[in-house]
Design a protein around this ligand. Structure first.
Ligand code: SAH
Length: 213
């Protein structure tokens, strides 16, 4: 599991691409410049790691496109020490980007195979989430709420109520909402019952599925 000079160069090119596509937050760009994305993919596919594309991982899932990861992360406006909940751990790549930004990350995955694989892999390359959970993201993680940020990395049919209610006041939920195509949606909690909603363009994700545990 090496991170070579060549990989670093390819990563810098990816960062330049993301910047040219409109990502502005320097901290987010720096984090993407640091996380060795090629290690999150099977070794046969390393050439695809630094192209701005989604890619298949285990259990019929995908590692999100770098632009999508950057776009969602930018919307979260993470400050070091923020408590962040991720739904859909998948390969762990988005989780690593959040950890690079200094977030305390809790991440939920419903596919046992991926949960096991990523739980072993992330600490091995030095990324320590606060907690990786095997479970259903629709429920959120009540015992650790409130969160400064919640990010959903699968296409959700609607914004689940528990996720909205587990946001801190001032907290942000970033969630792609829709069936075939999703609208990236940002909810900002303004008060106990008040939420501001912003819709930020179309994306395509694998679906957020109901619990099958
Ligand atoms: N963040 C991941 C992207 C993974 S794709 C990465 O950086 O690689 C979306 C993931 O969401 C898949 O792993 C899928 O199994 C998971 N998922 C789908 N529905 C879910 C649910 N209800 N709860 C938790 N995870 C879910």
């Amino acid at each position: 599991m090496k991170d070579t000079f060549k990989h670093k160069g390819m990563r810098q090119q990816l960062v330049d691409t993301l910047e040219s596509k409109g990502i502005k937050d320097k901290d987010v760009l720096n984090a993407i410049g640091k996380v060795p994305r090629h290690l999150f993919m099977d070794s046969g596919f390393i050439d695809h790691a630094y192209v701005d594309k989604a890619f298949p991982i285990a259990a019929d899932q995908t590692i999100s496109q770098p632009y999508t990861v950057a776009f969602q992360t930018e919307l979260l406006q993470i400050k070091s020490g923020d408590k962040v909940l991720e739904i859909g751990t998948g390969s762990g790549y988005q989780c690593a980007v959040l950890i690079e930004l200094g977030a305390k990350v809790y991440s939920i995955e419903r596919q046992q195979e991926l949960f096991k694989k990523t739980s072993k892999f992330l600490p091995k390359i030095g990324y320590r989430a606060k907690k990786l959970i095997f479970g259903d993201g629709y429920k959120g993680l009540k015992e650790e709420a409130p969160f400064d940020g919640i990010i959903v990395t699968a296409g959700a049919p609607f914004a689940p109520k528990p996720l909205l209610s587990q946001l801190a006041i001032g907290g942000r939920l970033v969630i792609p909402v829709g069936d075939d195509v999703q609208i990236m949606t940002l909810f900002i909690r303004k008060g106990t019952k008040e939420f501001e909603k912003h819709e930020l363009g179309e994306f395509r994700f694998v679906p957020m599925l109901e619990d099958k545990n």
